[in-house]
Write a protein of this length. Sequence first.
Length: 261
Amino acid sequence: MSRVLLNAENQITNGYRKNVHQGVDVVKKWYEQDTIICHTEGEVVSVQTGIPNEPGSTGNRSYGNYVKVKHEDGYYTLYAHLKTVYVKKGEKVTRGQHLGYMGDTGNAYGVHLHFEVRNKEDRRIDPTPYLDADLPSDTKDKIYYESYDNYKKKWLPRVTVGSSEYAGNIGNSMGGIYLDKYRIRVHDKNKGYWLPWVSNRTDYAGNLGNEIDGVQIEGLAYRVHLKRGSWLSWVYKVDDTNNGYAGIYGRPIDAIQIKYL
């Protein structure tokens, strides 16, 4: 799953070469265009707009229209040659948020995304390993989770355990949950029974396309939001009582929030 393109796999058209091409050029598979999304949550620290297609341009103008984001771990990502830009400097952005649309502004000879990763000293590093993976330090001391939107048929942006955010899309039923490190299982509304426990990100809890109406998580506090309903109370344990799981049988869940005990 690409971390920089909304709808597709990454297709690299020009790779990283130190001191020659210090980013990676990407298009949607089969050389198609796509919306550009934010790799990891952070803050927009620089935006450039109003640059036309200028083959041979140098310096900052060679990037064309671009967005640069600083992340919590001190790393930066940069998204260049955009046709349009959807965010502003100083804006807080979340993983998966739309930043702009792929273009050919600046020093470009065709429509593509020029993607860069920079370290804490703002020096460019090879971004190739991070096109569909976490930045070097952005999982340190953090636990993440994310949910699958049955209506949009895709995984939604991940959120951090203990933050004020939640995973889900109010109004759209949830079909799966990824959670780092902790054991989780869900109740499949369509099948009418609990699915097996999972405990790492090589698997998810759920059955994509089928609605979830119950959740159990070991070692964390959790609550859920009911589709066409409201948030239920926080659950702090796992057992067979009504207080030992989050949800109401027969009522689909569209969002979940998780925090530490």
